[in-house]
Structure formats: structure tokens, C-alpha cells
Design a protein around this ligand. Sequence first.
Ligand SMILES: [Zn+2]
Length: 414
Amino acid sequence: MVTLADYRTPLSGDASVDSLVNATWLRPQPWPADDTLGYSFMGASDTQRALYDNGPSGYAAMNATQVSATRELMDYVGRVTGLKVEEVASSSAEIHFGTAGLSDTVLGVTYMPYRYWHDGKGSISAFETDAFVYLDNTDAWRFKTDAPAAGNWGYFALLHEIGHAIGLKHPFDGSPTLPASLDTMDNTVMSYTMGSEGIQTRFQDYDLKTIDHLFDRDDAVAAPQVASVTTSISSSWGTGYVLQVAVTNTSGGDLVRPKLEFDLPLDITKVWNGVATETAEGRWLLQDDTLGHVFKPGHAWRFSFKVSTTDGERPQPADFAVNGQDLDGIDGSGTAMVLADQTPLLDLSGLPADLPRAGAPVEWAEVIVDGTPDHVEQPDPAHAYAAPEDLDAAGAGLFGIPQPHQHHDDLLVA
Ligand SMILES: [Zn+2]
């Protein structure tokens, strides 16, 4: 039996991830169930919006500059999530874009409604999840929401709202939250606090870790992953060096979301074309950031990083692994290694069965909820029933009356 509990996003146990997981927004797990994330630009009116009774005042379609920035960022979303992101008709989109007349300091707003059909006994027969992103179209000159471009607040607001639309929450809202010292835009674009690096144009470390948690499809990759890794020192000095690394796809299929691990008992102080995380004492995980998570046969993910040492010792990386598979024998620089183990990583046994969707019988009622107990009204007592036991926090609101989740950003002064 499929219950609402099956639509809750599980937490990871890592506080820097869980403080960004919007667990109150129910959606199929994994979402989207078909690995294709569709988005659409709403026109003068939109049937999907009407479906959810979702109508912010002053609605207007996006202008050409907003459309262009959105396409660029959704393309980026495809690369960091590993999903197939496509511009589609509104009726089959998961994310819908437009503009609205928002109040003075609000740059963007995202509605995250969902609706489902059930049999009156707690069994869900069909479920729909959508997100509606609106940029401000009044006083847009203040923050360039009418002309989003990398480096301005309009672009940042669009990135931030897209973050909401794929399941991220503010690090200071709900539970858990980030400590104030970590709640800055240097760590996550879902923060309201400017960090030392200024206006961000891409997701930051915590965002990417959370996206990996929300959309990690490594287990669903069908192609065997065979790669060679080549490393070379491009410059060195008394207290450090820069290592260049190429991870080349030597297989006949796609190399998806390469993750390179190695031992290195030094600090990595800068990375070009990647993100470094120290996963254990002296063990590093390097992931692609901006180049994309899917590498075609023959293509390589190339990145460099700088390491610093204080005592003059300059050990080099060792014990490499790509996507969890060891590269026996490679260490130091100037060496290459072919990953010979062609055992497919495919393992679909742990994935949940596809959820009933199209064609599922509508047995009782359509309910639109926002998951926030503030807006609860009791359903008709004749049809009332208890929420599944494990839905504590959100349970009180689950069977409420339509009230699309209205999410406001009281964001941003310079
Ligand atoms: Zn926000």
C-alpha cells in the first residue's frame, strides 16, 4: 500500500544537507519518477496554475532576458542533478516560470503545491507535484529581476527560487537549521546572508551535497563505467603544488557523475572545475561542479587543485577511486590507470517500485495541501480518517483544504 509516508523526502543524517532539505514538500521519491525534469514558461494564462488556484497578483509572462537566464540555469540544473532537464508543454512540466507583482523587498516567490488522490483509507492512488516560480515584475529595476544576468541579484534570485523548486529550503527555516556562522551564501545560495564571496551565480557546496542527496541516481546508471585517471603537477613551490587531473571516460557508454577519491594528508586550498570535500581525515572527494555530470565516451573531466603544506613535506595523492571503484596502483603524478573492472554499477533492486500515476482510479477526492499546519481546515467529517502514524509534523495538515504553499522571500538589501 502506498501511503503519504512514501512521498516524504528522507533526511541524510548530515546536518549541512538536512538543513537544506525541504521535507514538508511531499513528492514522489525519487522525484521526478521518470528521471526527466520538465519545465515550462507560462503564457498569458496557464491551465496548470488554474488547477492549483495559484494566482499571485500582477501575473505576467517572463520577458526574453528572463527566459534566457532561466534556460541557462535549468541547463545547469540538469548537469548538477544528473536529470534529463527539458523544456516541455505546461501540462507535462514539473516547474513553471512566470512573473508577478511582488512587494518591495521580495525578488521572487515559489509555490510548491502537490495534490493526490486516495481511497479514504490512507492509500494513495495518484500524486502530482509541481513548483511555480515567479520573479518580481514591479520595481524590478531595484534588483534587476527584469534583467537577470550572472552576477546581479535578479540572477541570484532566480537561482535561489529554482533551488526551492527542486526541493531546497532556507538553512534558517524549519528543522534542522545551520548554525549562524555557516549560514552564508558562500555555503548555500538558500541563505539570506551575504558571504565574503559576493553574489553567487551557482549552487555552493552545501547545495550540491543536498542536491546529491535529493537526486543521486548513481544506482540507476546502466552503462559500465570505465575511466582512466591521469595526474600531473603543473607547478610547485616550497609550500605547495598544483596538481592537474583528467578523468577520461574510456567506456562505450556515459560516465555519469564522476566522483574521484584519494588520500592526501594536506589541505586542498583551491579547486578549479571541481568541488573538494574532506570526507575523513586525509581522504578527499572531488566532484565535478560546472562542467557537467555526464561525460560521453572519450570525454574527460579535467580539474586542478592547489595544496598547501607547512612543514615542507609534499606527499602526493594516493589510493584513487572513481565512483567507489578502486584504481589499484595509481599514486603520485604522471601515472595513468585504466579501471579494468567492467562490472556494471547497475543495481535497481533498492529502488522503490514506480508509483501509480496515469490511469489510477480516482476513488475519492482531490486534495491540495501545502504541508504547513497553519492552513489546516478539517475535511468533511464523513470522509475524515487518520493520517498514517508516521506523519507527525506534517500529518496535521495533510488532509486540509486547498491552500497552495506560498513561499515568500523577504530578501535582499545590498
Ligand atoms: Zn527563499
